[in-house]
Design a protein around this ligand. Structure first.
Ligand SMILES: [Zn+2]
Length: 434
């Protein structure tokens, strides 16, 4: 698919009927997305330059721009120099901005056109917050979606976490989007009634959409996320809101490459007869949907600062576990049935085992791997999972009871834990099986 290991994946989803101007807009968005590749390759080269953490902290006292997610660091005559992304990559960004501007002039959708224009400007002058706000303001989702530019995914070590250049271009999946928004309203009201706890930040608005993906480039092509919830900065979220986006084709790819092979390996023949590939595909997509929605119910101020480098692992697992609990709410409201809930649990167990076995130690995967490890250990210690003769046996009732226990522990850590608390927790639940 990407033979040269370029950070670019192009999918071929079935396109809806498009007018000539819409065809031209899509073409321009895709061309703009491809142009992210050379910038991200530059960033990958940059990431290999070793700059001492301590030195960064010290020098940032003099120049706070060193810690900004949107600066590139270099050593000039022994001193750390921070250059804003939009200056460092100005030459590569210019043609991207031109394509976005051109698309903004052609599109029939005024709101989308306006957001594109603001995004185009942001790439060249660093006014990213305005662009984030402009896209979140779009009331009714348009047939096309694009996210392009540097995005802070919380995936790097937090002291000098830098935003990665990325792009996605997608076509709105209207049925999927309607289902996701249905899940959103059910889980959001459950969260408000029963689970909202002190010290939480509430998003100004939560938008949710499902896309058929045309293109992933830069960071998104490397990570192949099946869903995202952006932005990650709690101040921005409080002010402008957050957007959950799910990606159909990357989800299917992950199910094919990871979930199904693991499923075939770790379960008994009798158990496997109970779940088809389609059950797993839908189960995994649902678990991602609820994971991303759950992120929006787990914003606490200062968590990232308190938990430091351990924040991403704890936060990601907390979203998965809360997501599976919220699936219980969907079950109570008859939005999903028991078999569908079980398929979600099975799919996430497969994902966890595949991450553990994969032993990939690159960021951000290492964060998800650690989360998977805690999850499996927790379930084994509670007897919700049993391992016998290299096979895994699930007790679904015990899994569900354990999910409650695990999610309150994780939320405690997010709400008022220290890095030491998180470290002890991780130690406790990575001993049995690691
Ligand atoms: Zn997540």
């Amino acid at each position: 698919m990407n033979k040269n290991n370029l950070p670019l994946i192009e999918f071929n989803p079935k396109l809806p009927k498009l007018s000539n101007s819409e065809k031209a807009v899509l073409e321009l968005l895709v061309e703009a997305g491809r142009l992210i590749v050379p910038i991200y390759l530059e960033q990958e080269k940059q990431a290999k330059i070793e700059i001492d953490k301590k030195e960064i902290e010290e020098e940032s006292q003099k120049d706070p721009a060193i810690l900004s997610p949107y600066t590139a660091l270099e050593k000039v005559n022994g001193e750390i120099v921070a250059t804003p992304y939009h200056k460092k990559y100005a030459g590569l960004l210019k043609p991207i901005a031109e394509k976005l501007t051109k698309a903004s002039e052609i599109t029939d959708n005024k709101e989308f056109g306006k957001a594109l224009k603001i995004q185009s400007k942001a790439l060249l002058d660093g006014s990213y917050e305005e662009a984030t706000a402009a896209f979140l303001k779009i009331e009714s989702p348009y047939i096309f979606d694009i996210a392009i530019g540097p995005v802070d995914h919380f995936d790097d070590e937090l002291f000098f976490g830098k935003a990665s250049y990325q792009a996605w271009v997608g076509i709105l999946d209207m049925d999927g989007t309607e289902r996701l928004n249905n899940y959103k309203s059910v889980t959001l009201s459950a969260r408000r009634h029963a689970l909202m706890s002190k010290g939480m930040v509430e998003a100004a608005i939560i938008r949710a959409k499902v896309l058929d993906v045309v293109l992933f480039s830069g960071f998104m092509a490397r990570t192949r996320f099946a869903g995202v919830n952006l932005p990650t900065d709690t101040n921005t979220i409080e002010k402008y809101g957050a957007q959950v986006t799910l990606f159909n084709q990357p989800n299917d790819l992950r199910v094919k490459e990871q979930i199904v092979p693991t499923f075939n390996k770790i379960f008994s023949r009798g158990f496997k007869e109970g779940f088809s590939q389609e059950d797993l595909r839908r189960g995994y997509l649902r678990s991602i949907a609820l994971h991303e929605l759950a992120h929006s119910y787990l914003y606490y101020k200062n968590t990232a600062k308190n938990l430091k480098d351990l924040f991403p692992s704890i936060n990601e697992l907390a979203a998965t576990v809360l997501g599976l609990r919220l699936a219980g709410t969907l079950l109570l409201k008859d939005r999903i049935n028991e078999k569908q809930l079980q398929s979600m649990i099975v799919a996430f167990i497969c994902r966890s085992f595949s991450l553990i076995e994969g032993r990939r130690n690159t960021l951000p995967l290492v964060n998800y791997r650690l989360g998977g490890l805690i999850y499996i250990n927790f379930m084994l210690q509670n007897g919700a999972l049993k391992q016998l003769d290299n096979l895994v046996y699930i007790n679904f009732t015990k899994v569900f009871v354990s999910l409650h226990e695990l999610s309150s522990m994780l939320e405690n850590l997010l709400a008022h834990g220290t890095r030491m608390d998180a470290e002890l927790f991780i130690k406790k639940y990575t001993t049995l099986y690691s």
